[in-house]
Design a protein around this ligand. Structure first.
Ligand SMILES: *Cc1c(COP(=O)(O)O)cnc(C)c1O
Length: 360
């Protein structure tokens, strides 16, 4: 099969070492070899993100949404509410998880082209004494906006709320100081900036948040954080994990630690700068104010007379996979992500291809 340069926000192009790890020998997940691999992955994750003894890792087999659903349904006490700081489609997904489980929801919507207003969030928290958990998306992948994680963290500390952060598209790509955020639950996935394959997702749980989670009567068998964590700590996962995906994840974590998380963030940021210079050069317009831009996604307006399908298909024929807008933005924008094993040469080739397609 042809090798495509993936400019979608995961799954991403991975290293050969990670791909080869998928071909590990057949292994039973109940054997100590696999138990050690899983507990090793948990430790490597904490190490990669500078987390000392304050956090634990719990894994789920599934895409990022699996771990996100686990975090939501394991954290909101019955009779209390979840406040969603909502400025985009991924925040709306958190709200939808709450609705489907009959969890009390305060869905505070903001302009999706901007970062949320912290004062409005504070007012909401003050007026609704039922709110127990505040959730926000770190990097709103639908628009490429980086949200104010520390400002909301400060509020959570001030009002003693549990802070649930969806960092699925940010971990490994954006700076994240856990001590400063105070996040009680931070959700991530293997196949975005950690540069592994889909199949493994996880929640980083602050140890001080665990006693509270244990008091909640579980809403799910598969997605319950305390019971999964208990098994995994001993190297005894409750259910069959995606064994091969864990071998790849382990290799990807080794690569991340070797590169250094700070260096990876810088690599992505530099690539975004290179790409954005090219987008501006090509006369393309940003969807959001560049001051809000993350390191890894640029949402661009489709020029007049250019449909997404035409642009997508023409670029795909040249080996580049771009990404569409979601929901209302489907016809208005396209997105270019720069996560994974993409280098400056790939970026320059993409820009040349993009300019050639747009000239036609
Ligand atoms: C990718 C992503 C998710 C999860 O999507 P999956 O398709 O389930 O992996 C959740 N939140 C954000 C912000 C994301 O970027």
């Amino acid at each position: 099969m042809k090798r495509y340069i993936l400019l979608n926000p995961g799954p991403v192009n991975i290293k050969e070492k990670v791909r080869r790890a998928l071909l590990a020998p057949d292994m039973c997940h109940r054997e100590p070899e696999f138990g050690r691999l899983m507990t090793g992955c948990a430790k490597k994750l904490l190490r990669a993100f500078g987390l000392s003894a304050d956090y634990e890792t719990v894994f789920f087999t599934g895409s990022g949404t699996a771990a996100l659903e686990a975090a939501v349904i394991s954290s909101v006490p019955r009779g209390r509410k979840l406040l969603v700081v909502n400025n985009g489609i991924y925040a709306e997904r958190i709200a939808e998880i709450a609705r489907r489980h009959g969890i009390g929801l305060v869905n505070l919507r903001f302009d999706p082209a901007k970062t949320p207003d912290i004062y409005a969030v504070e007012e909401k928290i003050r007026k609704n004494k039922d709110i127990a958990v505040v959730a926000m998306v770190h990097h709103e992948t639908s628009t490429g906006i980086l949200n104010p994680i520390y400002g909301i963290g400060r509020l959570c500390r001030k009002y003693k709320k549990l802070y649930l952060l969806d960092s699925i598209s940010a971990l490994g790509g954006e700076e994240l100081d856990f001590r400063r955020t105070g996040a009680g639950l931070c959700v991530g996935t293997a196949n975005k900036c950690i540069e592994s394959t889909p199949g493994v997702s996880f929640v980083l749980v602050k140890k001080t948040a665990l006693p509270g989670l244990k008091k909640i009567r579980p809403r799910s068998l598969y997605f319950d954080i305390p019971s999964n964590l208990e098994g995994q700590r001993k190297g005894e996962p409750l259910f069959t994990p995606a064994v091969q995906a864990f071998y790849a994840f382990d290799a990807a974590l080794d690569e991340l630690i070797k590169e250094g998380t700070g260096n990876r963030i810088k690599r992505y940021r530099d690539l975004a700068i290179l790409l954005r210079r090219g987008f501006e050069d090509a006369g393309l317009e940003y969807l959001v104010n560049p001051a809000y831009h993350s390191n890894t996604i640029t949402a661009l307006r489709l020029p007049k007379g250019v449909t997404y399908d035409r642009l997508h298909n023409a670029l795909k024929a040249k080996g580049f996979v771009i990404y569409a807008g979601q929901a209302k933005l489907k016809k208005a924008i396209f997105r270019i992500a720069n996560m994974g094993q993409i280098n400056a040469g790939d970026a320059r080739e993409l820009l040349a291809a993009l300019k050639a397609v747009l000239r036609k």
